[in-house]
Ligand binder design. Sequence first.
Ligand code: PEP
Ligand code: MG
Length: 324
Amino acid sequence: AQERYTSIRNKPAETLCGTIIDLHMNAGLMADLPSLENSGAEGVGLFRTELQFLIRNKMPQRAELSELYARVIDAAHGKHVVFRTLDIGSDKVLPYMKVIEEPNPALGWRAIRIAMDRPGVLRMQVQALLRAAAGRPLSVMFPFIAQREEFTAARAEIDKALEREHILGHPVPIELKIGAMLETPSLAFAPDSFYDEVDFLSIGGNDLKQFFFAADRENELVRRRYDTLNVSFLTFLEQIVARCDASNTPLSFCGEDAGRPIEAACFAAIGLRAMSMRPASIGPVKSILRRTDLTELRDVIHQASADGLQSVRPRVMDYLREKL
Ligand code: PEP
Ligand code: MG
């Protein structure tokens, strides 16, 4: 399927109205990195770091992780990689961690919450990242931030680790960007100071949507019940875009929906300018974006919303069928 898109692989995702959308890829393994070249992605917008923890039967060592992260950065050949710190708990349980029975694991002790309560692992991972990226740029993002204080505390761990590297006389990254995943609705309402404090935000649509509709992303009975192109959800995303625009905070979208062409076109129409998706989706998404006039599509979305539709999908499909 990738071959169908080779002719546009090295072309930008430039829409008919001249807007360029940055398309990045999601990754989690060394083996994913060659796709950076094959897919034509601009960089890795989300490197999930869980796998290296999940495939072992004991906690990985700092040196091992640092070596792996350095190889990932090498294999990106100067393209940008955003490393997400460990996102465990809920559906991702480490075999060597005591299992804690929770009535609602998706709402429970997971991701940054574990990292704050047991900071040893985060510290180790942050050191590994700083060492891997010494002399090169580094982007780190924290998962599942629900309020500003969590971000401030997590960021402080990076500052402390940097300080330590300086004292030890180790080289450090030449540029460091620290961001957060926006995957709990509360962050959309965080104070302005949060938006000023983060270097970038990335919408984790999988989690954000599950919490927005209160519909478990793992539960077959409800996971497809609510359309991503539901007017309420798109309006919510539009508000997030507006806040980020107002504070000049770079924003991207890295949930699975970014890899679905119709959804991706609608996200671009409501103002998202960067998305990260599985490599095989880059071609199809770029292809639709290059044939779409975002201003027109935005009008279709807003009209559907003004007309009281629950989902904009039928109107968007009609419009795209006519145009493409
Ligand atoms: C998300 O929640 O959309 C996301 C990208 O993270 P994960 O799927 O790993 O939870
Ligand atoms: Mg998530």
